[in-house]
Each structure stands twice: as structure tokens, then as C-alpha cells.
Design a protein around this ligand. Structure first.
Ligand code: AMP
Ligand code: ZN
Length: 112
């Protein structure tokens, strides 16, 4: 299997890690869209949000618990936005479940 995020998790491809625990890892996006743009990635390979199984329910919760810790570490006390792109219409390019954590300035434009 050829998955860039699995390779990052294994340490075979370099990344700027900002957080890691037993379940998830988080690193800076290569192409940041905000002052803070972190990708929170479950260590288990799950192709997309649409492929989350019943047994992964707790793991998804772990992503948001990690987000709280990252927010504290990176000084996002004013808030942040978490986005998941699922599938082609949403523009998902990496087929390993990940959550964009964006912050560091006030977000004006709203999609939803
Ligand atoms: P998505 O469009 O939701 O699949 O987002 C994939 C994200 O992964 C994009 O924002 C890319 O900039 C980012 N990305 C791709 N390769 C790397 C990498 N090697 N290290 C960090 N971020 C990456
Ligand atoms: Zn993977």
C-alpha cells in the first residue's frame, strides 16, 4: 500500500510533528492555508470518513481530544476550525483519514 500519511506516521517521510499519542499523530500541513494549519491523523489507516467502522468510533473521539491539546500547545485560545474532506466532490487528495485544524486568525469567510 502506497500511503503518504502511513509513511509519515512510520517516520519514513519527514514531517513537522506538533503532537503524538498512541492513537493519533499531528503535523504541519505542507501547504498551510492559515497561520496554524495542522493535520490530525489517526495512526490506523482508514481511507476516508466514509470508511470509519463501528470499531473506530472511539478513535474519532481521540482526534478531537488531541485537538484540544494541540490548541493549548499552539495558543489557539480564541478558537479553531476542524475540516474533513471526504471523497472526490470534497477534494480529498490523500486517502488516509485526516482532519485539518485551522487557526491563528479570525476566519471571515464561512462555508457553512
Ligand atoms: P485533503 O485535500 O483534505 O486530502 O488534504 C491533504 C492535505 O495534505 C493538503 O492540505 C496537503 O497540503 C497536505 N499534504 C500532502 N502531503 C503532505 C506532506 N508530505 N506533509 C504535510 N502535509 C502534506
Ligand atoms: Zn495510510
Amino acid at each position: 500500500m502506497d500511503c503518504i500519511f502511513c509513511e509519515i506516521i512510520k517516520g519514513n517521510i519527514p514531517s513537522t510533528k506538533v503532537y503524538e499519542d498512541e492513537f493519533v499523530t499531528a503535523f504541519n500541513d505542507l501547504n498551510p492555508q492559515m497561520p496554524v494549519h495542522v493535520l490530525i491523523v489517526p495512526k490506523k489507516h482508514i481511507a476516508s470518513a466514509n470508511d470509519i467502522a463501528e470499531e473506530d468510533a472511539e478513535l474519532v473521539g481521540r482526534v478531537f481530544l488531541a485537538a484540544q491539546k494541540i490548541a493549548e500547545k499552539l495558543g489557539l485560545e480564541n478558537g479553531y476550525r476542524i475540516i474533513n474532506n471526504c471523497g472526490e466532490d470534497a477534494g480529498q487528495t490523500v486517502k488516509h483519514l485526516h482532519f485539518h485544524m485551522l487557526g491563528g486568525k479570525t476566519m471571515g469567510e464561512r462555508i457553512i
